[in-house]
Design a protein around this ligand. Sequence first.
Ligand code: HEC
Length: 132
Amino acid sequence: MRDNPFSKQYMWGAVAALGPHAARDLAIYFATIAPKAANDGDRNLAARGRTIYLEGIPEANIVSCYACHGPNAEGVRDIPRLGGLAYFYLKGRLEQWGQGYHSGVESPMPLAASHLGPDEIEALASYLSFVK
Ligand code: HEC
């Protein structure tokens, strides 16, 4: 369902032939791999990103992320882990919702990301890239 350019170019074709059993086996395999932080964000922005992650910015209508993604960005069931993902990946994802790309049916993310400005995106992506 993700319709951003990279998904269309690479992932749509890569998984087109995956059946439910192969998808389940891959998910089980990925879940066994210990997460490792990408550590590629801007360290100077990490503290600001952590504050936004935990508290949001109520006066700017920015919701806190931790209620859904977990106190340490570890993810909860089908809400994905964010801790340790690469800065560039996180930044791109957060920008894409603002550009109108979709990710799944009834995702809360287009709304959650819609009030984030470039500075907040930089700070959040930086912070999360260092989370173990
Ligand atoms: C109401 C619950 C909720 C809130 C609040 C929320 N998220 Fe999400 N988030 C989700 C769900 C569900 C998904 C998976 C569906 C999707 O990708 O759209 C997701 C996906 C994501 C992804 C994509 C991860 C990937 O692997 O591609 C990122 C990045 C993200 N959220 C960041 C944030 C940030 C930053 C905040 C705070 C500003 C936030 N989220 C607030 C529920 C939430």
